[in-house]
Design a protein around this ligand. Structure first.
Ligand code: NAP
Length: 274
């Protein structure tokens, strides 16, 4: 019998790369969804989706840049329709916690008529080591608004483990797994943990949303990303997510990784000091 093939979108990104690696080491047949793969997958090129979906039975969907952006609903609707038409039997979608727009995209997947699982996550710890906050951490100065908001950062290794469980084990169909880390941290706490783990001094500079927007523009951040960052800081970091869940523990039967542990492990890689 032919082995099932699993498509991982965002396969070079923070969660996708880890999900693809785990599935491959389990001996699963994985197709990488990337603009540099062959066939290529690009959210901006729906013409190319049919080739990427050929022979696929399960898909891990990660949207770029975020399910909250206005274009996401149309793209997720079109992709879901095409996946179902291509014979896909299961969709697992990565979503953001506390984002009404993302939840509208989840609903498209939930009403697809095929098996679905939503993995709804809080902010990733790895935003400080593999994404937009690494540069300020390296410079020793993190200037952000909302420095008092408490966030339950979740580790992407835990997210990847949950996604792989949803794709390979029974019992996840029709479920929303809401994932957070085990503790709530302000930006002050984050900077303290990373300073402690690296032995480097990192200063936090509280600024207003307006100052932050102007700073991003000055640094040449593209307009759509500035829109997204403004949205995240205005709505998602307003304190609505200042509570933890037991999602990781419920799915994996073990505790979620703490930010302190993430900081120690990440410091040991040298990414914050090289
Ligand atoms: N970061 C967070 O804290 C957080 C929290 C909750 C939810 N999320 C969700 O996570 C998702 C991804 O976020 P991320 O920050 O983790 O991503 P990421 O690591 O930055 O990954 C980017 C990935 O997206 C791919 N990509 C970029 N543009 C693309 C396009 N036009 N078409 C197809 N693929 C494209 C890249 O692949 P190639 O360059 O190889 O094509 C890369 O694999 C978003 O939907 C967001 O809502 C993020």
């Amino acid at each position: 019998m032919k082995q099932e093939q699993i498509l991982v979108l965002g396969a070079t990104g923070k969660t996708g790369r880890r999900v693809a690696d785990r599935l491959t080491s389990m001996g699963k047949n994985v197709r990488l969804g990337s603009r540099s793969a062959s066939p290529a997958f690009d959210w901006h090129d729906p013409q190319g989706w049919a080739d990427v979906l050929k022979g696929i039975s399960k898909v891990y969907i990660t949207f770029q840049p975020d399910l909250a952006v206005p274009a996401a609903l149309e793209a997720i609707t079109a992709f879901t329709k095409e996946a179902v038409a291509a014979g896909v039997q299961q969709l697992v979608i990565l979503s953001g916690r506390g984002e009404a727009e993302a939840q509208r995209c989840e609903e498209i997947v939930m009403s697809s008529g095929i098996d679905w699982t939503v993995v709804r996550c809080d902010w990733f710890s790895q935003n400080f080591s593999e994404s937009f906050f690494i540069e300020p951490i390296l410079s020793g100065h993190l200037a952000v608004p909302r420095t008092e908001t408490r966030v339950p950062y979740v580790d992407v290794d835990d997210i990847a483990d949950v996604v792989v469980a949803a794709l390979t084990e029974a019992g996840h169909t029709g479920k929303v797994h809401e994932l957070t880390g085990p503790d709530l941290l302000t930006f002050h706490d984050v900077v303290n943990e990373i300073s402690r783990a690296t032995g480097r001094e990192i200063q936090l500079h509280p600024i207003s949303l307006e100052e932050y927007a102007a700073m991003l523009e000055e640094h040449g951040v593209p307009e759509d990303y500035r829109w997204l960052i403004n949205y995240l800081f205005t709505y998602v970091l307003d304190g609505r997510n200042s509570g933890t869940t037991k999602g990781v523990e419920q799915v994996l039967g073990r505790k979620a990784k703490s930010f302190a542990q993430y900081a120690v492990e990440t410091a040991a890689t040298g990414v914050w000091t090289n």
